[in-house]
Design a protein around this ligand. Structure first.
Ligand SMILES: [Zn+2]
Length: 262
């Protein structure tokens, strides 16, 4: 545990989170990710560099534009903080192994996907194409410590299960439940985490969805007629699977389950 290294990772993660905020806001609107620079949505005044510090910027400005005092969401700071913490956690578990680079990149993408899905109920195809391209490179050059057959089986199980569920869900409920975007995301995730982890990630996704939906209904935030984005739950299930994995390719929950059951 090196405090300097962890601080640097935290700052790095917060900066990535800052970029993810831009992606979340601009990508679904087909806006450029790089120009113009950050500015107030109300008065268009550019954010000063000294106010644009990840996480801290929100507190320096007390959540309001310096010029016109219009409030902005604390979600920006939360996304930055979450990216920072996750970067440190993944380093804590995997050190600078291949897993660190694969899982941090994957988690950053999942954070963006989650908030875009919550805001717009879509998972942009760009993420899927980038994911498929990464999978091809990772397995072709053997940068990923998994057998390609394991990845293929993971993709079939993760994507296939969501597809079947969406198909029968639509037959029974007469409305779209799990969209094709979720199926494509499942294929990419399964390809990256392999068969065993895919089964666990699916299980945790549905568990998270059940808890989340009951909770939101209890708070009267949603009712039966609301469309429920499933991408955030798939992302959460996959993230929990990653965070319970170990450097030698095992998983704490799967091992515990096998020990308890057999
Ligand atoms: Zn303003």
């Amino acid at each position: 545990m090196n405090p300097v290294l962890f601080s640097l990772l935290f700052i790095f993660g917060a900066c990535i989170g800052s970029f993810l905020n831009v992606v979340i806001f601009r990508l679904p609107k087909n806006m450029s990710l790089f120009v113009p620079a950050s500015h107030c949505f109300a008065c268009k005044t550019p954010v000063k560099i000294s106010d644009n510090i990840p996480i801290l910027g929100y507190f320096i400005l007390r959540g309001k534009c310096r010029t016109c005092k219009t409030s902005f969401s604390s979600r920006y700071a939360l996304v930055e903080f979450f990216s920072a913490i996750i970067t440190c956690l993944i380093f804590f578990i995997f050190n600078f192994s291949e897993y660190f680079f694969i899982y941090t990149s994957l988690t950053y993408a999942l954070i963006a996907i989650t908030f875009i899905d919550l805001d717009h109920l879509i998972i942009p195809n760009g993420f899927i194409l980038l994911g498929l391209f990464s999978i091809f490179i990772l397995y072709f050059f053997k940068f990923i410590p998994l057998e390609w057959k394991d990845g293929l089986l993971g993709a079939i199980v993760f994507g296939g299960f969501l597809f079947l569920l969406g198909f029968f869900g639509e037959l029974i409920l007469k409305k779209e439940s799990i969209g094709f975007g979720d199926v494509k995301l499942g294929i990419v995730l399964g390809g990256l985490i392999g068969f065993k982890s895919s089964v666990l990630a699916l299980y945790l996704s549905f568990f998270a969805a059940a808890v989340g939906i009951v909770f939101l209904m209890g708070l009267k935030k949603i009712n039966r007629s609301n469309p429920i984005p499933f991408g955030p739950y798939i992302s959460l299930g996959s993230l929990l699977t990653i965070l319970t994995s170990t450097q030698n390719g095992e998983n704490i929950i799967i091992n515990w389950y096998i020990r308890t059951m057999f």
